[in-house]
Write a protein that binds this ligand. Structure first.
Ligand code: PLP
Length: 432
């Protein structure tokens, strides 16, 4: 991956002895392919709400982790998990009611056209299934993604995840288009049209446009709402489907309903979801139009051993309870707007801070050098300076120059103030 915010394994300065010993043990046991965040990796033992805790009780403000989206170890989710684990845990080859109750509730949050939902264990598996269905339904094989997209860990998805860098080249059927730029997002549809033409010139029929609807790894592009619609029309006109990858923006993060695509006024043909779905419990899903799934299902069966198991469904139900019961979508909108305004308020004093983008509690802040150019190096220093302030964020974008702020949705105005004050101290420290 264009490795952003990665610990350099040779580095030992400033790292606590206990943490250094664990890092060495990880290297020995887990091998070289995993990465740690930060120059000074964070050792965690516990989480609660928007805070993570180190071994000596030190608290970190979590402004980054969207998986624990309703808060770390939310008691309602923990209780639901424990209760169901003590009753029954099997799979989708038996008749159980939990999976149906959950499917009904999730489908009710999606547009009526998406009539079926299937469960997986990870976002990668959900995207893989979506692509199989899209290929079966369209007869096409071409896939269009954005130029710094990330869609998953499998061999297939690595070929559609240019953010992994040159060691994971794009597949021959894949075309990457620039993320939206400019104020109207219109460039995006232009890029998609060019990619469709390029596929056609190579004799490849498109199967799908696969897009993270908040463009997380491209640098967080949310505005203006609606710009995706023109690109969706292009892919459909060419015979392909629109797959909305909601793994990052889904479950209320954008503060405008449950799903990121809704801000764009489009109804996807297929939706994939994951990360925040179980508040940390590994679960994911794919929802599709019944006519598309029919063509796949007639010929093939699908069994995912753990996908849709009763314990996961109980966790997923509990997450939906919390999102609704605690009003987290409205809160994401309210706190996100405040955070955006407060960070924008710092800009006149700190030229290092560039554009502030995003929706709800998913913000991207561009970091600029003295010449006003995007700087991944300075963004990296800020991320590490904030870590020393015990505030956790990361960076994103092709150059790693965009701060990625994406806290659990239970982040309040008080937490937003803590983050902004920490950011101001970090900017002063990095600029000095
Ligand atoms: C947009 C997007 N899609 C898919 C995935 C893959 O999900 P998972 O890691 O659960 O397989 C990710 C993970 O980071 C993601 O960000």
């Amino acid at each position: 991956m264009t490795m952003i915010n990665a610990y350099d394994p040779g580095r030992t300065a400033g790292i606590a002895a206990e943490t250094a010993a664990l890092i060495e043990r990880r290297r020995r046991l887990l091998g070289p392919a995993y990465r740690l965040f930060y120059d000074n990796p964070v050792h965690l033992v516990r989480g609660e709400g928007v805070f993570l805790y180190g071994p000596n009780g030190e608290a970190y403000l979590d402004a980054y982790n969207n998986v624990a989206s309703v808060g770390h170890c939310h008691p309602h989710v923990v209780a639901a998990l424990a209760r169901q684990a003590a009753i029954l845990n099997t799979h989708t080859r038996y008749v159980t009611d939990g999976v149906l109750d959950y499917a009904e509730r999730l489908l009710a949050s999606l547009p009526p056209a998406l009539g079926h939902i299937m469960f997986t264990c990870s976002g990668s598996e959900a995207n893989d299934l979506a692509l199989r269905i899209a290929k079966a339904a369209t007869g096409g094989t071409g896939v269009i993604v954005t130029e710094n997209a990330y869609h998953g860990v499998t061999d297939l998805l690595a070929q559609m995840s240019p953010s992994l860098g040159p060691a994971a080249p794009l597949g021959p059927m894949v075309r990457a288009v620039p993320a939206p730029s400019g104020d109207d997002g219109a460039s995006f549809a232009v890029g998609v049209a060019a990619a469709i033409a390029d596929l056609a010139a190579a004799g490849i029929r498109p199967a799908a446009l696969l897009v993270d609807t908040i463009f997380s790894s491209d640098g967080v592009f949310a505005d203006p709402p609606g710009f995706l619609a023109a690109a969706v029309a292009q892919i459909r006109a060419a015979g392909g489907l629109f797959i909305a990858d909601e793994v990052q923006p889904g479950f209320g993060r954008t503060g405008a309903g449950m799903w990121g695509f809704a801000r764009h006024g489009v109804v996807p043909d297929i939706v994939t979801m994951g990360k925040p779905m179980g508040d940390g419990h590994p679960m994911a899903a794919m929802a599709a139009r019944p006519d598309l799934l029919a063509r796949f299902g007639e010929k093939l069966r699908y069994f995912n051993t753990f996908g849709g198991n009763p314990v996961s469904c109980a966790a997923g139900m509990a997450v939906l309870d919390v999102i609704e019961g605690e009003g987290l979508i409205a809160a994401a909108d309210r706190v996100g707007r405040l955070l955006k305004a407060e960070i924008r308020g710092l800009r006149p004093c700190y030229p290092m801070l560039g554009a502030v983008r995003g929706a709800g509690l998913f913000l991207g802040v561009d970091i600029l050098d003295e010449a006003g150019e995007p700087s991944g190096v300075l963004a990296g220093r800020l991320v590490n300076a904030l870590r020393e302030e015990r505030i956790l964020i990361s960076a994103t974008g092709r150059l790693g120059h965009t701060l990625k702020i994406r806290p659990p949705l239970v982040f309040t105005e008080t937490h937003a103030d803590m983050l902004v004050q920490g950011l101001e101290r970090a900017v002063n420290w990095v600029a000095a």
